[in-house]
Design a protein around this ligand. Structure first.
Ligand code: ZN
Length: 403
């Protein structure tokens, strides 16, 4: 199907100024022409034509932190854990969540942890055209030490050698990135530890040797004045890990290092925003609410330090791994703006920069000639009002109209 979108406000995802009146031509699923103004000298008889007046055309968005096997919601994480041994049920959930994300205009995604590596199968099923969904970069299982994360359904290792073996196995299974738990604590506060520089370096080096990126979960519930609480993220960054996930405890020194090393930060503000907003309807005990609010405040402080030093910030929700639902990346983009980011930078965090982090920028992430036509049309202009991103007019993936 060939397509012309005329007279549209174009935000291309690279961070460049918008073009208030642009025309974009798509041929055989690929963006073949972009120009200012209207398209007039073309034979249009074989093209579907959309008048883009009052609409904004953008790249489809990319949520860089999802867990497709989990539905989100109040008990979603617990249900995913309980059903971890029933692969078929989890796969069905993942299929449904992938469709939800796509319908919301999220034409690409990164899955950072699923029991049994189900997300790798999911990514293949989408790539094969067997099911609708975002183009997925999937880590498979994530890897952790018993002291860095208590989650039972991921791959726990006890030594550097086991870490090496497990990474080799993940790569053989088809992982698109390596995800590790670099810091963590049990709910009762025990098991407080970090991966350490040496093991983090093994992870980063092995991932890079395979042409992949390495992502590290760095999250504490502890107050910022707890001794050593900033060490986990700093070790991971120094070791060459590519992205810090959550990043509740990033101090000035680490933020500066991230900017120098080109480390990405995926702050997942939705992780705390969702339960804080749900506290009333869930009848949440005051102590739980305070814990979430405290984590939210630490993470915002860390994000602001990263922004101050020019760290690359990428949008991710933690959908499925927290109560956050799939297909809600717009809220995360709003939260980035509420933390002081410009709307343009927030859009870039969910498009061009996100594609850079997933290693897919050569074919998606920006509206450019030669790239796949993964596009959304929204009513209004998100640079004036981020709400526009909720008013989806159309979603295209590879030039095919999805919605
Ligand atoms: Zn997560």
């Amino acid at each position: 199907m060939n397509l012309i979108i005329r007279n549209v406000n174009l935000i291309d995802g690279s961070g460049a100024d918008p073009i208030p009146s642009a025309s974009v031509v798509v041929e055989n699923g690929v963006i073949s022409w972009i120009g200012e103004g209207d398209v007039s000298s073309m034979n249009r008889s074989h093209y579907e034509e959309i008048n883009g007046q009052d609409l904004t055309l953008m790249p489809g968005t990319l949520d860089c932190h999802e867990h497709f096997c989990g539905d989100g919601g109040k008990d979603g994480v617990r249900i995913m854990s309980q059903q971890a041994d029933d692969r078929d049920v989890l796969f069905e959930r993942a299929v449904n969540n992938a469709r939800r994300a796509l319908m919301a205009g999220q034409t690409s995604a990164r899955d950072v942890g699923s029991p049994h590596g189900i997300s790798i199968t999911l990514a293949r099923a989408v790539a094969a055209g067997a099911i609708p969904g975002p183009r997925i970069t999937a880590s498979g299982q994530w890897i952790q030490f018993p002291t860095t994360w208590p989650g039972a359904n991921m791959r726990t290792v006890n030594s550097a050698d086991q870490m090496r073996e497990t990474i080799t196995a993940q790569i053989a299974q088809g992982a698109g990135l390596i995800k590790v738990g670099a810091t963590g604590e049990h709910e009762d506060g025990s098991g407080y530890g970090t991966l350490g520089y040496d093991v983090a370096k093994i992870v980063a080096d092995m991932a890079h040797a395979a042409g992949l990126k390495a992502a590290a979960h760095c999250w504490y519930a502890r107050p910022e004045d707890t001794p050593g609480v900033f060490e986990g993220a700093r070790q991971a960054v120094a070791a060459g890990i590519d992205s810090i996930e959550h990043g509740t405890h990033i101090d000035e020194e680490t933020a500066k290092l991230m900017a120098e090393m080109g480390t990405y930060h995926v702050p997942t503000q939705s992780t705390w925003d969702y339960p804080v907003r749900a506290a009333k309807r869930w009848n949440m005990p005051r102590s739980d609410l305070e814990k979430y609010e405290h984590q939210r405040d630490s993470s915002i402080a860390s994000l602001k330090r990263c922004m101050k030093y020019g760290v690359k910030i990428v949008a991710g929700t933690d959908a499925g791994g927290a109560p956050v639902r799939h297909g809600t990346l717009v809220r995360e983009m709003e939260l980035l703006v509420l933390s002081g980011m410009s709307p343009m930078d927030s859009i870039r965090a969910a498009t061009g920069l996100a594609a850079e982090l997933t290693g897919t920028l050569d074919h998606v992430g920006t509206v450019e000639v030669g790239k796949l036509a993964d596009l959304i049309l929204v009513d209004g202009d998100p640079l004036y009002d981020m709400q526009a991103l909720r008013n989806i007019w159309a979603v295209f993936q590879g030039g095919q109209r999805i919605r």
